[in-house]
Write a protein that binds this ligand. Structure first.
Ligand code: SAM
Length: 185
C-alpha cells in the first residue's frame, strides 16, 4: 500500500490545501491519507467524496506524526524542493515498493529536520518551490507509471461517464433512475 502523510495542517488556513492533498492521494492511487493535526474539515470532505465516488480509500487524523515516523515499517519518501530529482530516484523507489509499503510525506510550512532524517528518500519534483498537491500528483504518477489513471472504484454511488461536452453522472447500481445529465457550465 501507499499512505500519504500530510504534515502541519493549520486549521483555517490549510483547509483547502489539505483537502486537495487527500483528494489527490485518493484519485491518483494511494490507499490512505493521514492528516497530522486538527483537520476535521478535510477529513470529512475526503470521506464524503469517497462515500459518493467510491473507494477503497481511508482517511485518518493523528495528533502527532512523530510516532508514525518512528514506527513505520516500510519505505518512506519525503517530497521537498531540496531533495534529489524524482527522475533519478523513481526507479529505486518503484523497486523498493514492490516488496514494502510506502509512506509519502508532504509538508505545509517549514518541515522539521527530523523528517528529512527519517525519510529513505528526500525527493524533489524539480528544485523549485511549488505545492504539496502538485508534487504529490507528479510523484504518484511516476510511482505507478500512469496505471493509476485507469482503475476500478468500488461501492460508488456516482460514476462520471466521460463526455466530449457537458456532464453525465450515473449511479452504477441504478443507471436508469439516477442518471443526471447536466449542461456544461
Ligand atoms: N518551505 C517549506 C520547507 O522548508 O519545507 C515548504 C513549503 S511548500 C509550500 C509545502 C510542501 O510542498 C512541502 O513541504 C513539500 O512537501 C511540497 N513541495 C513544494 N515544492 C516542492 C518540490 N519542488 N518538490 C517536492 N515537493 C515540493
Amino acid at each position: 500500500p501507499v499512505w500519504v502523510l500530510r504534515l502541519g495542517h493549520r486549521p483555517g488556513r490549510d483547509e483547502r490545501m489539505s483537502t486537495h492533498v487527500g483528494l489527490t492521494a485518493r484519485a491518483l492511487g494511494a490507499d490512505r491519507v493521514i492528516f497530522a493535526g486538527s483537520a476535521d474539515g478535510p477529513k470529512e470532505t475526503v470521506s464524503d467524496i469517497t462515500e459518493r465516488f467510491g473507494g477503497p480509500f481511508d482517511v485518518e487524523i493523528r495528533d502527532s506524526y512523530r510516532p508514525l515516523l518512528r514506527e513505520w515499517d516500510g519505505q518512506m519518501v519525503h517530497l521537498t524542493m531540496y531533495g534529489l530529482p524524482i527522475e533519478d530516484c523513481a526507479p529505486d523507489i518503484r523497486t523498493a515498493h514492490r516488496s514494502a509499503p510506502l509512506l509519502v510525506v508532504v509538508g505545509a510550512e517549514k518541515v522539521a529536520g527530523e523528517v528529512y532524517d527519517a525519510a529513505d528518500w528526500n525527493v524533489g519534483v524539480t528544485n523549485q518551490p511549488h505545492s504539496e498537491v502538485a508534487s504529490l500528483a507528479v510523484f504518484l504518477d511516476r510511482l505507478f507509471e500512469g496505471r493509476e489513471l485507469d482503475r476500478e472504484w468500488e461501492d460508488a454511488e456516482r460514476t462520471v461517464v466521460p463526455q466530449e461536452r457537458g456532464k453525465r453522472v450515473v449511479n452504477p447500481d441504478d443507471s436508469s433512475t439516477a442518471e443526471r445529465t447536466e449542461r456544461s457550465e
